[in-house]
Design a protein around this ligand. Structure first.
Ligand code: G6P
Length: 616
């Protein structure tokens, strides 16, 4: 959601900024813009609605000179996706330009104050109010801010409520960028005589691997050679330089047609990375470096709360089954957006687990803080190294599945489930799991990547099967037990990229209403591997057939009975029932992908969606 790139250095800024915006396209956006500064001290601004390509075409025809500049992809929150509302936003005098991620919550009162000063808004956005406020303080401030850009930015940031990652430039300071952060990521790439600032490492990686991450309430003044960091209140800071681990190849398509398909197919390798070094087969134990000295505490927690949003929440639901079954510890799952406002009761000895691919989802960050405030020990299961959640939790386990660029989450989901399995087995071993049972589970977990490879080898057959049903506008997904969340995830994937309406349900719940929807040929995907709920699921299949629905079964290899009952069947290799989501999910990801392709949609840029929802 929203992307920022800024540059100060010797090279022409525009081209570099547009390339940076392309690297951030995956996050989701609906308009784009750029402002560059030339020696003539003019701010050259260009903004377009829609794709970054539109902006690139505009820039090919018009001038955007200069070696300092800022650029932005906007995902509309305040005001429609129009050119007028696209960033960068200027102050009234056209001296200052701002790009901003996040939300300025008190923009209405700022705007009212500015109107009293005779400054009328030129857009409907909250960001413009901030740009105007900085400009007002810079020109008329009177409290020492007047004529002092840095002081004006500090003062304005002091006065705003809400979240921001932002970059400011001014035609009076053509060789400077000012970057600041509160709640929305900003990192500074430190190059040779240049700085590239961005909201995401993907926009920096081709220029430098050396980065400085800003923390909340920090600000950096950047010139070609200088990086001066301080708090927003002007306390000087010395920041350490980190190295970005991401490789360019990992964020490029690398021969694949879409990031989503690349990431689905990467899952065997991604999960091997997730598991690498974490299973000690000889000892029959789990080794999680990120827990360090807290690992022994796993024996004493009396309750586990799992939270996250979207696909991460689905992984959390699977975690609930894993913790209760394997560790016999009460577990519950809650949407982060609900948990943060519910005033939850947190007892002593509660472990709060926050799941998030990006580590930046606003509701998940807030839920984490609520859990900490109430005294829970917190653990992050996060993919993006150095992200907000990764840094704020008491301990954590990284997914190590590599950058996920596809908006529809795939390998992060299976990575999250694999980490939850490791954790639950680890916790279980410290309570009641025997060494033999533990070793058996770990062996089966270790075999999962190879089993996923076998499912991926059937991709063409899954495509053909999907195409038979793709005209249908309503689908149901059913599952029981640990495969009920898989049904939810399958339905979500289909909705996200093919825009087909789909509902996931615990199979038995179908009878309590949704069965009324079933008509002749309605696709009903049933996740039905061989486990203790199998017979019950088969009964549900009969109920669907009784209403002439079409059954697409996800079944364990060798299940002849279901082959007779179902209209279509996809086999997955046998594994431990509690680990089955790691295999049953794969065909559902492929079905969603092929359904979207057959319907002609842009799989990597689904309408209205953002990869990372960094605003409430
Ligand atoms: C957005 C994405 C989903 C993702 C959810 C949580 O809605 O489109 O794919 O599951 O955010 O994101 P997180 O980064 O916290 O896992």
């Amino acid at each position: 959601m929203c992307g920022i790139v800024g540059y100060v250095g010797p090279r022409p800024a525009a081209e570099l900024l547009v390339t940076g915006l392309r690297r951030l396209e995956y996050r989701g956006y609906d308009s784009a813009g750029i402002a560059t500064l030339d020696g003539d001290r003019v701010l050259h601004r260009h903004r377009t609605v829609g794709e970054v390509d539109n902006l690139a075409r505009k820039l090919a025809a018009e001038r955007a000179p200069g070696t300092t500049g800022i650029a932005h992809t906007r995902w509309a929150t305040h005001g429609a996706p129009t050119q007028r509302n696209a960033h960068p936003h200027f102050d009234a005098s056209g001296t200052i330009a701002v790009v901003h991620n996040g939300i300025i919550e008190n923009y209405r009162s700022i705007r009212a104050f500015l109107t009293e000063q005779g400054i009328e808004p030129a857009s409907e956005t909250d960001t413009e109010a901030l740009a105007q406020l900085i400009g007002y303080l810079y020109h008329d401030g009177g409290n020492g801010e007047s004529g002092n850009l840095l002081a004006s930015v500090r003062r304005a940031l002091h006065d705003v409520r809400g979240t921001f990652g932002l970059v400011v430039i001014s035609r009076d300071h053509p060789d400077q960028l000012i970057a600041a952060r509160r709640g929305s990521p900003v990192l500074v790439g430190v190059g040779d005589g240049e700085h590239v600032v961005a909201s995401d490492g993907a926009a920096v990686i081709e220029h430098t691997r050396q980065v400085v991450y800003l923390d909340d309430n920090e600000l950096a003044l950047l010139t070609r050679d200088g990086l001066r960091a301080s708090t927003i209140d002007d306390i000087p800071l010395s920041k350490s330089v980190s190295t970005l681990e991401v490789r360019l190849q990992e964020i490029e398509l690398d021969g694949h047609r879409h990031h989503m398909s690349k990431e689905i197919h990467e899952q065997p390798a991604a999960l091997r990375n997730t598991l690498r070094g974490r299973i000690d087969q000889n000892e029959g134990t789990v080794v999680l470096g990120g827990l360090a000295d807290r690992e022994r505490e796993l024996a004493r927690y009396q309750r586990v709360i799992l939270t996250g949003c979207g696909t991460a929440w689905h992984a959390g639901l699977i975690g609930e089954y894993l913790f209760e079954e394997l560790a016999r510890v009460p577990a519950e799952v809650e949407y982060a957006s609900e948990l943060r406002y519910r005033n939850p009761v947190i007892q002593r000895n509660t472990l709060g687990i926050v799941l998030s691919q990006s580590g930046e989802t606003a509701d998940s960050v807030a839920a984490l803080r609520e859990l900490q405030l109430k005294g829970a020990t917190t653990l992050g299961i996060v993919n993006v190294v150095g992200s907000s959640i990764a840094r704020e939790t008491d301990s954590g386990v990284y997914l190590h599945v590599g950058p996920e660029i596809g908006v529809a989450s795939t390998k992060a989901f299976t990575g999250q489930v694999a980490v939850l399995a490791l954790l639950a087995i680890n916790m279980g071993r410290r309570r009641h799991l025997s060494p033999e049972r533990t070793a058996g589970l770990l062996r089966q977990l270790d075999e999962i990547p190879a089993k996923i490879e076998r499912i991926l080898a059937m991709a063409d057959a899954i495509r053909d099967l999907t195409e038979r049903y793709v005209e249908r506008e309503n689908w149901l997904y059913l599952g029981r037990g640990v495969n009920y969340p898989v049904a939810l995830e399958g339905a979500l994937k289909l909705k996200e990229i093919s825009y087909i309406h789909a509902e996931g349900l615990p199979a038995a719940e179908m009878k309590h209403g949704p069965i009324a929807l079933i008509d002749r040929g309605m696709p009903v995907v049933v996740v039905a591997p061989r486990d203790h709920t199998y017979d019950k699921v088969v009964a549900n299949i009969e109920e669907v057939k009784g209403r002439a629905g079409s059954i697409i079964a996800i079944a364990t290899e060798g299940d002849r009975h279901l082959a007779e009952l179902a209209d279509a069947i996809i086999y997955v290799p046998k594994t431990h029932p509690l680990l089955s989501p790691l295999v049953t999910t794969i065909p559902l990801q492929l079905m969603a992908y092929y359904a979207a392709l057959a319907r002609g949609h842009n799989v990597d840029r689904p309408r209205n969606l953002a990869k990372s929802v960094t605003v409430e």
